[in-house]
Structure formats: C-alpha cells, structure tokens
Design a binder for this molecule. Structure first.
Ligand SMILES: Nc1ncnc2c1ncn2[C@@H]1O[C@H](COP(=O)(O)OP(=O)(O)OP(=O)(O)O)[C@@H](O)[C@H]1O
Length: 610
C-alpha cells in the first residue's frame, strides 16, 4: 500500500515555467480534435469567430443609441428614425449572437463526444500492445490511470481552449476601443489583472502537483471504495466483519487528502480576494478618468457609457480568460500524461522478424532459464532447461509458488527472461513478431476472466471473429461440457452472464470454468495450455473434460498444469518443479519408480481416495 505521508512530503512545487511548458501539447491536442471531425471543428470555429465581435459591436450601438437620444431630446424638430434603426440593429445582433452561441454549444458537445470515443478507443488499443510487466509497474500504471481518468477533463479542455480563442478576439476589439479613446485605461486594466493571473498560475501548478503525487493514494481510495461496496466482496466483508476496518482506512486516507486540498483552496481564495480588491480600485480609478473626460468635454455621454461598460467587461473577460488559462495549463499537464501514454514506445515495433513456422516441427527448447519479476530480486526460475517436443503433452507439477505459471508466461512472452532463452524450432522466440507468436497459443489461465457478456460472447472470446458461427460455438461448448450449462439459462447462448447488467444470470465456479474452457476450443491453436483449468469441476466432469481434451489434442503440443494427479498422469511426460528448479522430468511410470516428490505426492493423493 502506498505511503501517504511520504507522498505529502514529496509534493514538488510545480513552477510557473512547468505550467507554461505544458501548453506545448495544445497544438497537438487541437490536431487530434480536428482529425475527429473537420466539418464540426470548422463550424465551431466559424461561429466563435463571428460571435467574438458581438460584444464590442453591441456596446458601440448602445453608445450610438444614447448619443442619438440626447441629440433628439435637445433638437427642436425631433426625428426618431435613426434611433429606431439603431435599436433594431442591436436587437438583430443580440438574436444572431444567441443563435451562434447555441450552435457553438451544440458543436462543442458533438466534438467532445466524438473525441471522447476516439481517445478512449486509442487507449484501449494501446494498452493491448503494452507488455504485462510494464502494466504491472506501479509508476506506469499510475500514468495510465491519470490518462484514463482525465478523459472527461480533456473534453472540458477542448471547449475552454476554443472559448479562449474567441475571447482573445473579443478582448482585442474592446482593447482597441479603449486605446482609441483613453490609452491610460489600458495601464489601469493591466494593473488590475496581471497579479491575479500570476497568482492563478502559481496555484494551479501546486494543485496539479498534489493531485499527481496522490495518484497512488487515489487508486487505493478507489480500491477501498470498490471492495467496500461491491457485490463480489460483500460475502467476505460481512462474514469477516471488515466494514469498520475498510471504512476507517478509507476515512483516514481521505481526510489527509481533504486537509491538504483544503489548505490550498483557502490560500488560493485568500490571495484571489486580495488581488480582486486591487481590481475594483483600478476600476473606480478608470471611472474617474472617464467622468473627468466627459466633464471637460473631450467625450460624449454615449462614449462614457461605452468606455465604462467596455472597461468593466474587459476586466471580467480578462479575469475569465486568465482563470480559464490557468485551467488550461492545469489540464495541459494532464494532457502530458495522456500523450506520454499514447507515445509509449512499443519495443517490438519497427523490427525485422523471423518468419513464424506454419506448423511446429521440432518443438520448444528451454535453455537455462532464469527469471525474477520486474522490481524484485527474488529469482522465481533458477536455471530451467528442458525440451517440449512437437506433438507432446506435458504436465507441469509442483507446489504453490514453484514457478509453473511463470514458466508459461515466459513461453508466451508476457515477460523477458533475465537469463537464458526459449527456442521454437531452433529459433529464439524473441525474433518472432510478438502478437503473431502469441496467436500460436490457446491458453486458459487459472485466473481466467469472467466477462459480463452473453454466454455466446464469453465462449467466442477464444476467437472473437467467430462470434456468430453457431456451429463452432456449439462444438466448443460440447467439448468443454459448457453445453450442460446452457440448459440452466433462460435465453441459451444469448443469456447475459454475471449480475452487473439487467437479466444477467450468475454461474457457479465450475460452470464458469466450463465456459472458459470452451474458449480454448474455439481456436485452432498450435499449442494448447491449460493452467489448472479444472480445479472447480467435480470429479466426474473433470475426468470427462480431460478425456475429451486428450482426444482432441492428439498430436498437438500441449501443456497442462494441475494439482490433480489423476489428470497429470494422462500426460506424455511430467515436469516437476520445486522452488524454480526442475526436480524431475519423465513419464508417469518413470517418475513412480523414483522415490522423490512426484511419487510421494501421487501416493498421498491416491491414499486420500481410498
Ligand atoms: N506478477 C507477479 N509479480 C511478482 N511476483 C509474482 C508475480 N506472479 C507470481 N509471482 C511470484 O512468483 C512465484 C511463482 O509464482 P507462480 O504463479 O509461477 O507459481 P505456481 O507454481 O504457478 O503456483 P500455484 O500452484 O500456486 O499456481 C511466487 O513466489 C509468486 O509470489
């Protein structure tokens, strides 16, 4: 579990510079949005561009209206035609602005949804290419977690960034008006805004640092929330009376996070309030300058309303602009996590590969294999060497933690060996393209996944292209005995499995295992691997499953891991592992002649059945 206190101390104060540096990801971000839908993007930009001019135009027409009223009040022969024209013009502009605003909102929403779909899909595809070892690395996993959690944030960033572009034009036109009439007002404006901006940038950097350094703890909080309120864990939590333990642990960690966030929020608000007062002082300073100009007759009353409204509007627009700017820099820092993840170099890409054989000719040769899991010094495999001949059925046997599953994972290239090599038909398996090489295998792990999909889809994950191939699915179900499960389901193959979705039907442990086994039969794999595939089956079902398996895999290379010796003895040869080393290797008969672990464990189990 993460050490929360040390993380608090580890918080690095992200400098203003870092915040600005993160902005370099924005152009690439916009390129991604553009590629999602150029037409929506252009419509959005067009609406924003036109609408950017409306604030200054409305204020200017307002000035014309007031000056016209004053002129007509003083005139002897009043003519209101021009006045009504101005009012009509303002009305038209307001309506147009409203329509453009709505169009902007709609295109924002549509672009956001499209971008969301696109980037989520990109992440799913990228994750599949990343090594299991890499995914198990906690630092890398945190990066993935941040990239995933910020999907919605990136959509928000998109509309904020587009709104910023619109604001820049609006602000530019309003500033031009001020410069034309009273250049001194610009100085007052800068005085009222710039300190606030620097302050916001500083705090947003700190906010990001905190939230970043707390990724591991947030993950722990999510985990605690999950195990504390979840149908899968409810049984154990109730029976072991774990609720209090989990709730307290959750509260302790949350409180620490809450406290440091609270401190930062209070400091941020206090500084903002102080700088805001400076803003108000500057506004009234500007007001005095404008009133004086009217009194000495350099500007009209209409121009007074135009200037004071422009100044006020500029101040709030700039404030929003800067707040949004800091929000953008904050989100841009998260954008870095996303792009870092998407750009993660896949070592297997851009390489020359050896041609994969269509069939296995000689088999596998495992040579002096050593392995320790990434980040660990403990050697799980310590110099394992053996041959698995083409067409041979081998069983791996050994006590818990002996290294059986690890050996399989190395053969599947989930990890790289720390020393030694694995050859397939005499060629190092590293020289084959990884994805294609892995397609050689049909594997069912002991911790196979229970997809909350329909039964049909759960079987078809073994070869998902065949999801609508009824004959193949039925055949796979027959071989794995999953067809017996179907009789208990309300909608046959179309039954939703699991309890998460409506009309979902839960299966027993053994039933799930039969379904998982069917996946192995969906694929015409060159090598079949069953890692304790029958541990939850009853004795009769297990016997039948193995009979069928042996029958079906005649002449096929296969590996079975099992703790049941009645199953193991059906294999051509048996490899006994102990503490990461090979203890014995031979046929059942050969091993029974030796007074070693295999014979001892076999007799022990056989006695249990007497
Ligand atoms: N992902 C992992 N990261 C770090 N260590 C691991 C990982 N998976 C397994 N180990 C460690 O490697 C050792 C061998 O585990 P492995 O799963 O290969 O054993 P096994 O022989 O298949 O055991 P079992 O019969 O219990 O399934 C164990 O000590 C285990 O703690």
């Amino acid at each position: 579990m993460a050490n929360s206190l040390s993380s608090i101390q580890d918080q690095k104060k992200t400098s203003v510079k870092t915040s600005f540096q993160a902005l370099r990801f924005i152009p690439r971000f916009f390129k991604e949005i553009w590629s999602v839908s150029p037409s929506l993007f252009l419509t959005n930009l067009f609406c924003r561009l036109v609408n950017a001019f409306t604030p200054v135009v409305i204020l200017w027409v307002g000035k014309l209206i007031i000056d016209e009223i004053i002129a007509q009040v003083d005139a002897t022969n009043a003519d209101y035609t021009q006045l009504w024209n101005y009012v009509l013009l303002e009305f038209g502009i307001v309506i147009l602005s409203d329509i453009l605003n709505r169009l902007t909102g709609i295109t924002d929403g549509l672009l956001g949804d499209r971008y969301n779909i696109d980037s989520s899909e990109k992440m799913i595809r990228k994750t599949s290419k990343i090594d299991i070892g890499q995914l198990e690395d906690s630092e890398f996993y945190d990066k993935l977690e941040r990239a995933r959690q910020q999907t919605q944030g990136r959509v928000g960033l998109m509309s904020t960034a587009l709104a910023q572009a619109q604001s820049i034009i609006s602000i530019g036109t309003l500033i031009a008006g001020l410069i034309y009439f009273q250049p001194i007002l610009i100085v007052l404006l800068a005085l009222s805004i710039i300190p606030l901006f620097i302050n916001e940038i500083r705090f947003s950097g700190q906010q990001y640092s905190i939230s970043r350094s707390w990724t591991a703890e947030r993950r722990e909080l999510d985990y605690l929330r999950y195990i504390g309120a979840n149908d899968k864990t409810a049984k154990e939590i109730k029976l072991f009376g774990l609720t209090d333990f989990i709730a307290k642990r959750f509260r302790n960690l949350s409180e620490q996070y809450f406290e440091i966030n609270k401190k930062l929020t209070i400091r941020r608000s206090a500084y903002s309030a102080g700088f805001n007062v400076l803003g108000v002082v500057c506004y009234y300073g500007a007001y005095l300058v404008i009133i004086r100009s009217v009194l000495v007759g350099t500007i009209t009353i209409g121009e007074l309303t135009f200037l004071s409204a422009s100044f006020n509007r500029l101040r709030t627009s700039l404030q929003t602009f800067f707040t949004n700017f800091t929000r953008i820099t904050e989100s841009a820092l998260y954008l870095k996590d996303y792009f870092d993840f998407i750009d993660w170099k896949i070592t297997d890409e851009d390489r020359e590969f050896s041609a994969l054989p269509k069939e296995i000719h000689t088999g596998f040769e495992i040579k002096d294999l050593h392995f320790a899991y990434p980040g660990s010094d403990h050697e799980v495999l310590k110099g394992v060497s053996f041959k698995l001949k083409a067409g041979e059925k081998m069983a791996f046997v050994g006590q818990n933690g002996a290294g059986k599953t690890t050996l399989i994972k190395l053969m599947l290239r989930f990890y790289e060996p720390t020393q030694g090599e694995i050859l397939l038909d005499g060629i190092n398996i590293n020289t084959y393209e990884k994805a294609a090489y892995q397609q050689f295998f049909g594997v069912i792990f002991q911790d196979f996944f229970r997809y909350e999909f329909t039964l049909r889809e759960n079987i078809a994950v073994g070869d998902i292209i065949a999801v609508n191939d009824d004959a193949r699915i039925a055949n796979a179900a027959r071989l794995s005995l999953a067809n017996e499960v179907i009789e208990t389901l309300h909608s046959g193959y179309e039954t939703q499995l699991g309890k998460r979705f409506s009309r979902g039907q839960e299966l027993s442990g053994g039933q799930w295992q039969k379904v998982a086994l069917a996946r192995a039969y969906m694929k015409d794999a060159r090598v079949m691997v069953l890692d304790e595939p029958t541990s939850a089956l009853d004795a009769k079902a297990e016997y039948e499953v193995f009979e069928r398996f042996i029958d079906l895999t005649k002449g096929k290379t296969s590996i079975i891991i099992s703790h049941r010796f009645s199953t193991v003895r059906m294999a051509d040869r048996i490899l006994v592992l102990q503490n990461g080393r090979i203890l014995e290797l031979g046929t059942h008969e050969e091993l029974m002649q030796e007074p070693k672990l295999y014979a001892e464990l076999f007799d022990l189990q056989a006695q249990g059945y007497k």
